[in-house]
Design a protein around this ligand. Structure first.
Ligand code: F6P
Length: 336
């Protein structure tokens, strides 16, 4: 068997560990050939590929980013594409020319949608969920999330010492797209006093009151963790808006930090390395069994898979009954 593998969408820690998991399982255990496709779906349109060897997949476990490169190419998007160009047909032709029995697509929500459409065309695909945002429906965790939470928690820890020394309010904005998973997990792990996420409506008045109540109790500083996706009154960045409004509301000196792409870079945590390895291995097993059109998922402690048609177009968001939200509220943390 010969399989192709590509990585699409934003990079995140654990992609290379997944590539390694697929390649080593495919070559060592199943005797398959693996073709690396460069720059996501773009590489399938231009036939930009490399043939992997045992050597080319060494040293990948702890490497950040993706050795295959990535792009946000959406081959099924018609807008802005000349009607003479049929990208899905070009991909199908190239898959056939390369002799690929299946393509492993590693990516986030956009990638799952594309993979589902390829499967609906009759192409053999298996996908692996990848995103720091943890917003892919059907899997409890995607790799990259734990690494991003680790980085964000470390940043919040560091903000504590400077906030307490200066008696300031520190607002930190973390990524997450439309979901609040990174803010919730890092905010709770980092001891945030206020955690604002897109899924829970907030009022600056409540936030201000929480901070003033802390002051009255002898705590002259506060840590406010905000997800990039929260609504802001003026369309400004979350951190900028929230910091300005808090200062206005409380009169306490307030500073803002936008953590940005640091959350996506560098080595994956041991949890993400093992999750990637397990998911990569399971993807290869599905292919060997001829079980196509599925996304690998972590459900509880088990690696399993679900049909791509069930995943595509859905988002996994934080709900009010999440353990961490419930427990945070019990402890007096303000969610809005
Ligand atoms: O999906 C991962 C993510 O890092 C989001 O948290 C963020 O909103 C987005 O990607 C930024 O992506 P880009 O690489 O397009 O700037």
């Amino acid at each position: 068997m010969r399989i192709g593998i590509l990585t699409s969408g934003g990079d995140c820690p654990g992609i290379n560990a997944t590539i390694r998991g697929v390649c080593k399982t495919a070559m060592n255990f199943y005797g398959m050939e693996v073709v690396g496709i460069h720059s996501g779906f773009q590489g399938l349109l231009t036939n930009d590929v490399e043939f992997f060897t045992e050597k080319s997949t060494s040293g990948l476990l702890n490497q950040g980013g993706t050795i295959l490169g990535t792009s946000r190419e959406k081959p099924f998007k018609k807008k802005g594409v000349s009607p003479d160009i049929d990208k899905p047909a070009i991909m199908a032709e190239n898959i056939q020319k390369l002799g690929l029995d299946c393509v492993v697509c590693i990516g986030g929500n956009g990638t799952q949608k594309t993979a589902a459409k390829m499967a609906a065309m009759g192409l053999n695909v298996v996908s692996v969920p990848k995103t720091i945002d943890n917003d892919i429906w059907g899997t409890d965790f995607s790799f990259g999330f734990d690494s991003a939470v680790n980085i964000a928690t470390d940043a919040i820890d560091r903000l504590h010492s400077t906030a307490s020394s200066h008696k300031r309010v520190m607002v930190i904005e973390v990524m997450g797209h439309k979901a609040g998973w990174i803010a919730l997990y890092s905010g709770m792990a980092g001891g945030g006093d206020v955690i604002l996420i897109p899924e829970i409506e907030y009022s600056i008045k409540n936030v201000g009151e929480t901070i003033m109540n802390r002051l009255k109790k002898g705590k002259p500083y506060s840590i406010v963790v905000v997800a990039e996706g929260i609504k802001t009154g003026d369309g400004k960045r979350a951190a900028e808006y929230v910091a300005r409004e808090i200062e206005h509301e409380t009169g306490i000196e307030t500073r803002q930090t936008v953590l940005g792409y640091i959350q996506r870079g560098g080595a994956p945590t041991p949890f993400d390395r093992n999750l990637s390895t397990r998911m990569g291995g399971h993807a290869t097993e599905l292919i060997a069994n001829g079980d196509f059109g599925r996304m690998i998922a972590l459900q509880g402690n088990e690696i399993s898979s679900i049909p791509l048609s069930e995943v595509a177009g859905k988002l996994k968001l934080v709900t009010e009954d999440q353990d961490l939200v419930v427990q945070g509220r019990r402890m007096g943390i303000c969610f809005g």
